[in-house]
Every structure is written in C-alpha cells, then in structure tokens.
Design a protein around this ligand. Structure first.
Ligand code: IMP
Length: 183
C-alpha cells in the first residue's frame, strides 16, 4: 500500500521506504560494531516490529538469531495503557545471552520499560534496545535506548508495521494519521 492509497487519511509522509532502509542500514552497521564479538539475540516485539526486524536483520553484515515476543498494551486506541500482558513469550532461554530488543516505536516508553525489566529478570548477559522511531516528548518513564533511528513529534503515525486498530501496517511509508480517523 502506498501513501496515495490512504487518501485523506494520511496527513503527511514522514519517512519514505528509501529513508527507512538507509537509516536501518546505518543502525545495523553501528550495532554490528558493538556486537561482532558477541552472540547477539535479536528480540522483536510483535506485531509492529516485524518489518523493522526483517530489514534490520538483513542489513547486518553477519548472522544473528531472532526471536519474537508479543505483548498487549494499546487495545484499539491511540494511547498506551501502561498495563502490559505477555501474549507470546520467547522460545529462547536468554540466560547469559546478549539480547537486543528490536522495536518499531517508543511512545510513552511504558511498554518497553516493562519488557526490558521482564527480560532482565531472566539473567541475560545484557539487554539493549534498538528502535526505529522514538517520541521524546511523549516519554513518561526514563528508559535507556542505545540505538534510535529517528526522533519524531508526538503525533500518531502509521505504516511500515505501525497500525491504527490493526490497519495500515502494510503502508510502505511512515506517515502521520489524520486526526479525523481516530477522533
Ligand atoms: P508506549 O508504551 O507508549 O511506548 O507504546 C508502545 C507501543 O504502542 C508501540 O510498540 C506501538 O505498538 C504503539 N504505538 C505507540 N505510538 C504509536 C504510533 O504513533 N503509531 C502506532 N503505534 C504506536
């Protein structure tokens, strides 16, 4: 799905496919520099991070195993509830492993902060975070994020895995959802 297929539901395009690919390739290089001597496990947070994971892992100049975690935090609205529930846990035992959480977006930070604490309680060697997008103005908790693709304003965005009520994940670009769609 392209931006033009969104009609008036998309306010603007923030990042094109090319810009996203380019930034993910830069992040992958940076990550590999830090992890090349370690056996890093990439942990994607379903469903939003699926596309980020697919492109990020292929941009790495070496092999890295992956796993996925699914949590619920949003329901069908546009605000984080802060109440997190694991819907699908990891298949991998992360004891002693270097874990890199691969995320699509950090908004309030409540979800990821909870996930990071949860994974840290399992005895890994390290847990770091790589996110394509971050909304610094929306942060409600202090969270240490080692790799950030882009900082964006606090508006609600869709595309490239990001949804509104399960829609628009298959939009190729990332853009701002028009407020009339959810208000
Ligand atoms: P947080 O707990 O507020 O940081 O929200 C984290 C989760 O909310 C993300 O992993 C996304 O699934 C979702 N989310 C936050 N902001 C947006 C947005 O602008 N568009 C789509 N989903 C979002």
């Amino acid at each position: 799905m392209d931006a033009e297929h969104m009609g008036d539901k998309l306010l603007n395009v923030l990042f094109t496919e090319e810009q996203i690919q380019h930034r993910l390739a830069e992040l992958a290089q940076e990550v590999w520099e830090d992890y090349k001597d370690k056996d890093v496990l990439l942990v994607g947070v379903l469903k939003g991070a699926v596309l980020v994971m697919a492109d990020f892992m292929r941009a790495l100049p070496g092999s890295a195993p992956i796993d996925f975690l699914a949590v619920s935090s949003y329901g069908s609205g546009t605000k984080s509830s802060g109440v997190v529930r694991i819907l699908k846990d990891l298949d991998t035992d992360i004891t002693g492993r270097h874990v890199l959480i691969v995320e699509d977006i950090i908004d309030s930070g409540l979800t990821l902060s909870w996930i990071k604490t949860n994974l840290e309680s399992r005895g890994p060697a390290s847990v770091e975070i790589c996110t394509l997008l971050r909304k610094p103005e929306a942060a409600k908790v202090e969270i240490d994020v080692k790799y950030v693709g882009y900082d964006i304003p606090p508006a609600f965005v869709v595309g490239y895995g990001l949804d509104y009520d399960e829609h628009y994940r298959n939009l190729r670009v990332i853009g701002t959802l028009a407020p009339h769609v959810y208000s």
